[in-house]
Design a protein. Structure first.
Ligand SMILES: Cc1ncc(C[n+]2csc(CCOP(=O)(O)OP(=O)(O)O)c2C)c(N)n1
Ligand SMILES: [Mg+2]
Length: 293
């Protein structure tokens, strides 16, 4: 049985489609999905082209956590919790910006698995920056030009925000790590309360890569330590994905059109150096380098 896929209209190689398929497989389809407005909704739920094999509701861009909290409470009241887990599938814009109202779900600790599908911008509307867009990325709202060279701020640390809310389970993963996604979703499903999993999802059009390079680029995000793969239970770091031989960030950046200006404009050098410092700090903070053990 396919719980997600048939008839979806995602680009070949789309990280969202890979991630969602693995999330639903891990739950063996026993779930209720609330999905915020964004690429996933557009590619999966257009009239006559439903790609969902599980109960699905499309919510506003801004309130998916509240919709999911309502479903979770309703199932309890009706005595139907056993029928499946309540899962949010939301983009990074929906999660880190307009839908940051998800703190209500965390505060009341509703029994929800909140999955942030992090393709690092508002891709559905044509690549505007979100709170999870990384430093230096050119988007339509942070263009590369005379005034600035892409995004000037840092990627928001949603993992820290979820932990600070006292979430019992917080993890990151990547569309290029299907087994890791499945393990973490199963783990989240075994824990009561509001869980948060952030999955890095390469976007072929927004990032300016080819479908065939999605796996390479996704892996480089991990191997450079720009996307640490970590897992927290009750605020304690329980696992990290170690990096055998850490790669310089240039190897990751240079493959993607969204960072191309950093290699053309002389001011790009300092931004690349700052991106490298971010990766170094990630490696230090989470103990990612295998060699240092
Ligand atoms: C209140 C509101 N503001 C803006 C929009 C327009 N809008 C629809 S989807 C979207 C971007 C979604 O970005 P993200 O959550 O990162 O999902 P992605 O498409 O990247 O997967 C925006 C700005 C909207 N639908 N509602
Ligand atoms: Mg997005």
């Amino acid at each position: 049985m396919r719980y997600f896929g048939r008839g979806h209209g995602a680009c070949p190689g789309c990280g969202l489609a890979i991630a969602v398929r693995n999330v639903l497989d891990a739950l063996e389809g026993k779930c209720f999905v609330a999905n915020s407005t964004g690429c996933l909704e557009i590619i999966s739920s257009q009239y006559g082209k439903n790609a969902w094999g599980v109960p699905y509701i499309h919510s506003l861009f801004d309130n998916t956590a509240a919709v999911a909290s309502g479903i979770s409470e309703a199932l309890k009241i009706l005595g139907r919790e056993g029928e499946g887990k309540v899962v949010v599938l939301a983009g990074d814009g929906a999660t880190a910006d307009i839908g940051l109202t998800l703190h209500g779900m965390f505060d009341r600790n509703h029994d929800v698995i909140y999955i942030c599908l992090d393709n690092e911008a508002y891709q559905n509307t044509g690549h505007q920056q979100s709170g999870l867009t990384p430093l230096g990325e050119a988007t339509t709202t942070t263009p590369a030009g005379r005034v600035q060279l892409g995004k000037t701020g840092r990627k928001k640390d949603m993992v820290a925000i979820a932990i600070a809310h006292g979430s019992p389970y917080v993890a990151t993963s990547s569309a290029v790590l299907p087994a890791d996604i499945r393990r973490k979703v199963k783990k989240a499903a075994s824990i009561e309360g509001a869980k948060y999993i952030q999955i890095h999802c390469p976007c072929v059009t927004g990032w300016g890569i080819e479908g065939k390079d999605v796996v390479r680029v996704g892996n480089l995000a991990i191997e450079t330590a720009l996307y640490p793969i970590v897992e927290f239970e009750n605020g304690n770091l329980v696992t990290v994905r170690k990096i055998k031989e850490r790669k310089p960030v240039e190897e990751y950046l240079k493959l993607q059109r969204r960072f191309r200006h950093l290699f053309v404009d002389p001011r790009g050098k300092e931004i690349i150096a700052e991106i490298q410092r971010i990766a170094d700090r990630n490696a230090e903070k989470y103990g990612l380098d295998l060699k240092k053990d």
